[in-house]
Design a protein around this ligand. Structure first.
Ligand code: NAD
Length: 494
């Protein structure tokens, strides 16, 4: 362990063992720390060695968490919006006070650079506060008098939230914030690859949120399945792969649970010939390789107009070769490891497959780095056909195909020729043209001259197999509510 790592871990209050002793890496059920057989071994992706252990909850723990959430529901949903917002704000403040500790744990288990981990925690705090201001008003169609017609919104009930390993704290606690401000109570399950930071943040809610309002349980995929099957859960909010999302819908349908699904993507970025390369190339680098490409809305297919294709590819290759890959704790690291062995192997396989395609050329990267840990350099591949696996499938890692296009109709058709529809971007000085093109892209979000920048005020989610429903903004909060129509009938006066 180098000096920097040691200092960071010392700042977490003394180290992982101390946090374990303080009950901070236990589950939170009904406001209390709860252990379970500590069977989940968490691997540090920078070393491939165990970094800690987390409880592996069984169905009895889940039943207890769901019962606690159910018991807390009447009081929490009966509080005023302002009172719930105040508690949520206090929880956000508690996370902010421990942001550096949480960030260190996040880097340890997820691998991302410490600066990105810290950004994730402060982002969680800021968005949580923003969501606490969202109140869904009654819609008055006919004012209530002798008659009236009003649509109001009631919390959906107990929510089961299931999160992935790429941005675990932000994605998990955005579900928490939206569900709680809507008046729901919640049981949150982090990914078995990255449970520790979520357990720690869950522990910070104790004594701030009323017992049972937020329960955090850790466990494997079977625990997620048990949540989707559970009769005491009214809604599942899931973020993860499209394949698992389909299983979630199947299982949730048996009890007609409401679902919000944030699934995979294969985002295209379309570069027009007039784009300002000095400005856009560094932004494309972040859009494709931020979080080692393990972002649902990362740039996964880069479509560059044929006039500037070679120039953009060459400039990106310079940046890619200079990109410092290393432990997230090392100052100066621009990109950490891939989070887990399976994903690492998948990226290796996809790039090897791409390299075998006729005409393919690897401009940067192309094979894993020597040594322990799951390190893979930023990789750029040109000359692929659209049916190469690296183009067709979600790579979810630091390997980007760069594709040449000639006409707008052609590039729109190719961008849309995927089962995914999360987001896309268009890069040009011609904002009018970009807006026109955006209307023809079959995706949930289009950015112009940016990629991967969702806004807490606006809905985010995918078309096609990228998801169901939307998160964020009023629409995101409404997704944790049921509309109720109130109609006063005037024809039979009492
Ligand atoms: P995953 O589907 O393997 O796992 C996600 C979560 O589901 C984990 O907590 C896992 O334990 C749980 N799970 C597994 N099987 C389950 C089942 N049968 N029933 C219920 N829960 C189950 O996904 P991952 O590998 O952790 O995450 C990567 C994927 O997530 C990528 O495809 C990425 O694009 C997607 N993602 C999407 C968004 C978005 O907002 N659209 C955001 C981040 C990640």
């Amino acid at each position: 362990m180098n000096e920097w790592t040691r200092i960071m871990l010392l700042s977490f209050p003394s180290n992982i063992d101390a946090a374990v002793a303080a009950g901070e890496l236990q589950m939170t059920i009904d406001g209390e720390p709860v252990g379970a057989a500590p069977a989940l071994v968490v691997i540090n992706p920078a070393t491939g060695e165990p970094a800690g252990r987390a409880p592996d909850a069984g169905t009895a723990d889940l039943d207890r968490a769901v019962a606690a959430a159910r018991a807390a529901l009447p009081r929490w949903s009966g509080m005023t919006h302002a009172a719930r917002a105040e508690r949520l704000g206090a929880f956000a403040d508690a996370i902010q006070r421990r942001a550096h500790d949480v960030a260190a744990v996040l880097t340890l288990e997820q691998g991302k650079e410490l600066a990105s981990a810290t950004f994730e925690i402060f982002g969680t705090v800021a968005w949580m506060k923003q969501f606490s201001t969202i109140e869904i008003p009654e819609a008055v169609i006919r004012p209530v008098g002798r008659d009236g017609l009003v649509v109001r919104h009631r919390p959906v009930g107990v929510v089961g939230a299931i999160a992935p390993w790429n941005v675990p704290v932000f994605l998990g606690f955005m579900k928490v914030a939206q569900a709680l401000i809507a008046g729901c109570t919640i049981v949150l399950k982090p990914s078995p690859f990255t449970p520790l930071s979520t357990l720690l943040v869950g522990a910070l809610s104790r004594g701030i949120l009323p017992p049972g309002v937020l329960n955090v349980v850790s466990g494997g995929d079977a625990l997620g399945q048990a949540m989707t099957d559970h009769e005491g859960i009214d809604k599942i909010s899931f973020t993860g792969s499209t394949e698992t999302g389909k299983r979630v819908v199947e299982s949730a349908s048996r009890t007609m649970k409401r679902v919000t699904l944030e699934l995979g993507g294969n985002d295209p970025a379309i570069i027009l010939p007039d784009a300002d390369l000095d400005r856009i190339v560094p932004a494309l680098m972040i859009g494709a390789f931020g979080n080692a490409g393990q972002v649902c809305m990362a740039i996964k297919r880069l479509f560059v107009h044929e006039d500037i294709h070679d120039e953009v590819a060459a400039r990106l290759a310079v940046l890619a070769r200079d990109h410092v890959v290393g432990s997230g704790f090392e100052p100066g690291t621009a990109m950490g490891p891939i989070q887990n062995r399976a994903q690492f192997d998948r990226v290796i396989e996809l790039v090897e497959d791409a390299g075998r395609m006729p005409g393919a050329q690897i401009l940067a990267g192309g094979k894993p780095l020597d040594g322990p840990g799951f390190f893979y350099p930023p990789t750029l591949v040109v000359g692929l056909d659209d049916d190469a696996r690296l183009v067709r499938e979600e790579q979810f890692g630091p390997a980007l195909p760069i594709l040449s296009w000639r006409t707008e109709d052609e590039v729109i058709a190719r961008a849309n020729a995927t089962r995914f529809g999360l987001s896309a971007s268009i890069w040009t000085r011609d904002l009018e043209k970009a807006q026109d093109m955006s209307k023809r892209l079959d995706v949930g979000t289009v950015w112009i001259n940016a990629h991967g920048l969702p806004d807490p005020a606006a809905p985010f989610g995918g078309t096609k197999e990228s998801g169901l429903g939307r998160s964020f903004g009023p629409m995101g909060v409404e997704a944790y509510m049921e509309a109720q129509t109130l109609s006063i009938e005037p024809s039979l006066p009492m």
